[in-house]
Write a protein that binds this ligand. Structure first.
Ligand code: FEO
Length: 173
């Protein structure tokens, strides 16, 4: 059974994950409108992953006897000055999300909620991967600079990203 404080903190994190999905969708359509179909595809996969992160939290709240609530989602930024600026934003955003996950872990620990602490380890590990991949992608795009040929090659490369559901997660149970 979740404490009220734990329920609330998990719910707020679900809202932040949904905001992340919305932010990456915004970047996806920004790239689509600027002719970078590969970057748009990469962001679309990223947005899908964030939706899964949202639902995984809400599923956990529901399965633990809590109440999953849908909170208002803030409108994200709509455009960026360059692909580099957008990917820098991804990197900064993921670092901020890591801090939020660590704060959530601290709440679980202060509530002596071992089950939620165990559940959150998936998010702790996921953030290590998220930071690594957003760092790799940022470096890739920064290296391309403003050279159209190099940017086109980066766009094609990033467009190959595929989507995988996390093990055990069912989108349509
Ligand atoms: Fe779900 Fe990218 O943090």
């Amino acid at each position: 059974m979740l404490s009220e404080r734990m329920n609330e903190a998990l719910n707020v994190q679900a809202n932040r994950e949904l905001y992340s999905s919305y932010l990456y969708l915004s970047m996806s359509y920004y790239f689509r409108s600027t002719g970078f179909g590969g970057f748009a595809g990469w962001m679309r996969v990223q947005a899908g992953e964030e939706l899964v992160h949202t639902m995984k939290l809400l599923d956990y709240i529901a399965a633990s006897g809590g109440r999953a609530k849908m909170l208002a989602v803030e409108a994200p930024q709509q455009s960026w000055e360059s692909p580099q600026q957008a990917f820098q934003h991804v990197w900064d955003h993921e670092r901020a999300v890591t801090r939020m996950i660590h704060e959530l872990v601290a709440v679980a620990e202060s509530e002596s909620d071992a089950a939620t602490r165990g559940f959150l380890q998936w998010y702790v590990d996921e953030q290590v991967e998220e930071e690594e991949s957003s760092d790799d992608v940022l470096k890739r795009v920064l290296a391309a600079g403003s050279d159209p040929g190099a940017l086109k090659a980066a766009d094609e490369e990033l467009g190959k990203r595929g989507f995988r559901f996390p093990r055990g997660f069912q989108m349509f149970p």
